[in-house]
Design a protein around this ligand. Structure first.
Ligand code: NHW
Ligand code: EN5
Length: 401
């Protein structure tokens, strides 16, 4: 059982949802605990100022050495410093939500948790909630119940800002996921993936057969495909919000600034493309992926695996196809498959070794045709202080970094 999670406003194991809504009520600001939660005496709280080069490097180093690994501890996420700056400073970000723990004696950064503001809809309710990410405790300080203190402290800081719901994801199962998605992987550099033990040569195959199988075209094939520009934000916002409205949990991009931040290309971080109709110059399609390498643990030949992760995308469903749900599904599958085939080409050109995606949104429509294979990792989705009915992977429209 869960000594900490049992005490929290989350759906407890086996409880079923009759009506959606908050578990605990909102509290006025002056009734929120004003003092930080106490830490064991050798530690102190800090705000990590990620605009300060020295501090972003400290955060980068903490995460690079101590953040999420796969089940067999072969790979560890290696979010870059520019990526962390992007992920933690969207419009409306707050420095007080970049919470660190330092050793009092030498000021070494040994733990972290972050929140960012986001607009997320679950079923019919729009939440202005906190997205929690990058919870990390140094390997030498594990199992000392520091994580619950970090979680309570970010909760308190969220309450101080009048925010009483949160969204988060994780590889582990806690009380209680609203959805569970699976990771899928598309090899782009099969030889390196095998050398890293990321994938294996099947008994009935050879490396050269795999190299052939995973070859992609030299150039994308969709007419009108180009990099997204910041000026496309208004059209992309409209296209994307419309597409995301069919999912049971999804973000709402409320301003063009949100779209420019999250979805305009950022070098080495996020890659975004649109299809501009050659006649009307209207944007009909959009897709994006982000860069997240993993350190390869204990490999003599390779230090890093360069992975691209599918991010948001949207297609415009023409009226004649939208009239009939069968035609909508057929159109969506065809259009998306061709679009994502181009995404693979662009990722290969940019020298990614593997293209990863979850089986959420409409991804299942192209996963098999484009030779993605199932990984051994799963991603659970959670809402804090909100009762919410189960959501199937293909009804999840939220992608967290
Ligand atoms: S998921 C990635 C989380 N980070 C990692 O896996 C990095 C590597 N691991 C570590 O650094 C993305 C440590 O193992 C961590 C736990 C720090 C994970 N979420 O300190 P203790 C996110 O960042 C519970 C939630 O002894 P530890 C999302 C565990 O079940 N709870 O463990 C983060 C147990 O409670 P229980 C987690 O190994 C969402 C307790 O922690 C968890 O030294 C956070 C044990 O603590 C996880 N990933 O440190 C929640 N992992 O009840 C946000 C373990 O079972 C909630 N635990 O006894 C919302 C807050 C905001 C609300 C706003 C209104
Ligand atoms: C929240 N923002 O387990 C972050 N990755 O499958 C926290 N497996 O890379 C989320 N174990 O299957 C954390 N290769 C959850 C994810 C944690 C990391 C993780 C998995 C996802 C992963 C790889 C390597 C496995 C190594 C041994 C994997 C097989 C690929 C193969 C390619 C060819 C077609 C078949 C599949």
């Amino acid at each position: 059982d869960h000594k900490f999670w049992n005490t929290q406003p989350v759906l407890q194991h086996g409880e079923d949802v009759t009506e959606e809504g908050p578990i605990d009520p909102a509290v006025p600001r002056d009734q929120v605990q004003q003092e930080p939660y106490p830490l064991p005496k050798e530690f102190e709280w800090c705000e990590v100022d990620i605009q300060d080069d020295k501090q972003i490097i400290e955060l980068y180093q903490l995460l690079t050495m101590n953040y999420v690994e796969d089940d067999d501890a072969q790979f560890r996420f290696d979010y870059s410093a520019p990526f962390l700056k992007w992920a933690l400073q969207p419009p409306g970000w707050r420095k007080s939500w970049h919470v660190g723990v330092r050793v009092s004696s030498n000021k070494k950064l040994v733990a972290f948790i972050s929140g960012i503001p986001a607009a997320v809809r679950s079923h019919k309710t729009l939440h202005h909630l906190t997205e929690i990410n990058y919870l990390c405790v140094h390997k030498k300080l594990r199992s000392k119940r520091l994580a619950p203190v970090l979680i309570k402290e970010i909760t308190r800081r969220s309450h101080l800002e009048g925010v009483f719901q949160a969204a988060y994801t994780g590889g582990i199962v806690l009380p209680t996921p609203i959805a569970t998605c699976r990771y899928y992987h598309r090899s782009l550099n099969p030889k390196k993936l095998v050398e890293c033990n990321f994938s294996r040569v099947p008994r009935n195959s050879t490396i050269s057969a795999m190299v052939k199988k995973f070859k992609v075209a030299e150039q994308p094939s969709t007419p009108g495909l180009r990099e997204m520009k910041p000026e496309d934000a208004t059209q992309v916002r409209e296209l994307l919000n419309k597409y995301l409205s069919k999912f049971d949990v999804a973000p709402v991009f409320e301003t063009d600034d949100d779209v420019r931040h999250w979805l305009a290309p950022t070098p080495e971080v996020v890659w975004s493309y649109v299809v501009e109709d050659t006649k009307t110059h209207k944007i009909t399609d959009f897709f994006s992926f982000y860069t997240l390498p993993s350190s390869v643990i204990g490999n003599d030949k390779h230090k890093s695996l360069n992975a691209a992760y599918m991010f948001y995308y949207a297609i415009d469903i023409p009226e004649k196809e939208a009239a009939d749900s069968y035609d909508t599904a057929r159109y969506t599958k065809q259009r998306l498959t061709e679009l994502m085939r181009d995404a693979l080409v662009l990722a290969k050109q940019a020298d990614f070794d593997v293209f990863n995606a979850l089986n959420l949104m409409d991804n299942s429509m192209f996963i098999d045709d484009l030779k993605f294979g199932p990984g051994d990792g799963y991603l659970n989705y959670y809402l804090y202080n909100w009762k919410c009915r189960d959501i199937k992977p293909h009804k999840v429209g939220l992608v967290m970094l």
